[in-house]
Design a protein around this ligand. Sequence first.
Ligand SMILES: Nc1ncnc2c1ncn2[C@@H]1O[C@H](COP(=O)(O)OP(=O)(O)O)[C@@H](O)[C@H]1O
Ligand SMILES: [Mg+2]
Length: 376
Amino acid sequence: MSNEKQNEKKEIGKDCYINRNCWLVNNLNSLPYKRCQYCELKFRKCLFLQYQVISIVLLSFSFILFYIIDRSISVSAIIIIFTLVIVYGYFFNNSTEKIIKSNFFEKKAKKSLKELSDNLEERVKEQTKDIQKKANRMMRLLKMRSEFLDIASHQLRTPTSVIKGTLAMLKEGDLENMSLAERAKFIDGMYKKSIKLEEIINNILMASEMDTDGDKAMALNDRIDLTELADKIIAQHSLDAQNKKLHLVWQKPDEPMILQGSLRYIEEAINNLLDNAIKYTNKGSVTTTLVKNKRKALLTIQDTGIGIPKEDQNKVFKKFIRAKNARNAYTDGSGLGLFIVKEIIYKHPGAKIRMESKENKGTKFNLEFILLDNIK
Ligand SMILES: Nc1ncnc2c1ncn2[C@@H]1O[C@H](COP(=O)(O)OP(=O)(O)O)[C@@H](O)[C@H]1O
Ligand SMILES: [Mg+2]
């Protein structure tokens, strides 16, 4: 309350306003005249003081004039002089009132103009920021659109044309002239391409989900047993590894490892890493280990595959990036898998992902998760 009152005292034009520039207020501790409540002029320019000085000069001048003319100052002369000074004072008072008021209004107008310009500047700044944000979002969406068109034309076209070609052969009756084994090969090829197609579409959808509202979509409230989950995913990949004659090793821990997160997304992340390990390994092994380190679980997927060239190692976690050796060896692939894995891991508090790779030697991915305390 006292603050409000003090602020009010500072406001020019308010009744309780005291002009601290006023000589009378400061030196004689005298309350200012009504007009001095508004007057914001410095002492040197004080109109009241000017009136006093001019009056004294006028009085002295008149007295001297009368004395020179009459050699004495009569009572009537004194009355005339004082009447003149009072009349002059009356008109002076009226005109100074106007000057002070206009001075006060000018000050007020200046103050509001400054406030307005300050506010305007702030609002313009805010709106510029807002526009910049929207423009950035638009740019991101445009970039996403062109990336999508890129990937769609490159990646979706191959499986679609294989499926279309096989179906055309079926329609024309060409498949009927083939041996059973040849026919089975074509149909199997079509089936595999349709799976690829589904995988690419799923990856595109998931990556765009991560880009737009990944945080909202990813509820981290599942209780996940990492041992059990890894066990399930590795079992699902055993046939792929067998087909490539790879040694699929699983160093399973004999205890559960419980963490909190999104089961669906963690499963997707491990799935992608294991998929890559098998896809990019032609001979040797893919080894998964899971160990507990204090409050952390460390999951490692290591392969003896083609590896990632040094110059591509920083880029492969970005969207649509595929290393040169991978592109040459396997035309299929969206380059979205590792981007999705990274996004999923970083949306889990405390979780980390690390990668080590050597071209033609192999690749190792480490995932680190914070475990729940109350493991039972
Ligand atoms: N285990 C791995 N071994 C060798 N290269 C890998 C491995 N995992 C990922 N990569 C490289 O990282 C790139 C990006 O991986 P990913 O995002 O899964 O895309 P995609 O598998 O569709 O090409 C791959 O194209 C490949 O160059
Ligand atoms: Mg992949």
